[in-house]
Design a binder for this molecule. Sequence first.
Ligand code: HPA
Length: 276
Amino acid sequence: MDVLTKIKLVEAKLKAILDKNGVVMPEVAIVLGSGLSDVADNVIDPLVISYDELADFPVATAPGHKGRFVVGNLGDTPVIIMQGRIHYYEGYPMTDVVLPVRVLARLGVKNFVLTNAVGGLADGMREGDLMLITDHISTFVPSPLIGPNIDELGLRFTDMTHVYDVGLQNVFREAADKLDIRLLEGVYAQFTGPQFETPTEIQLLKGLGIDVVGMSTVVEAIALRHMDIRVSGVSCITNLAAGISDELLCGSDVVDVGTEVGPTVTALISEAVRNF
Ligand code: HPA
């Protein structure tokens, strides 16, 4: 099945479920990274739609990724939350990895908050810190836009000068200021994973100006910018990257630290999305 046909099938299925429940697609979507799934528990009167209710929707297999949409109000703001995302390392084609965000954008979402768990490289970073993504490096993963251009979604060549919307970045800075949350800023680089990096790789990446490394987000941001959708990103530094500290890296620690920081992430995002 070609990519657009698949997108349209999932789109029709999700729209039918929303319509049946009398729910209008919110203009704000939040994609929750590893360990951050509790953010969705703060949605009032949620409509929960499991990904497996949607024909041809990839199944989320990563630890800490529940694989469902949660629709409702976060504070005063209507949002749709992806409680779990699809990663390239799960073995899906990149077009499946970005299918969920493309479907949401086609159904009316105008602003995305992409969250993720990352390893921190930059000097001064601490486990549990949050970082506003100001730019990314996509060079280490295949582009989700490879293949025939889908003209219905966007242009063949997409500008990447301001992937992370400058206005939304300011909204996050103001929210962090108001709530007295330490919010670092920097550049995110996506790697395929699922293995963590080696200390030598991390030293190399540091030299390239990368502040945090993770296994998601960038390809979603690219697919969304192709569709001219506004994107923002917040990283949770669940660990210092390999070799930066003496500790060995482990997936369950990533989820545990994400869970600990969850309430702060919820507060930050709830405050920010009010002002989108
Ligand atoms: N590397 C890559 N991805 C990650 C890391 C890391 O150290 N921590 C959480 N996700």
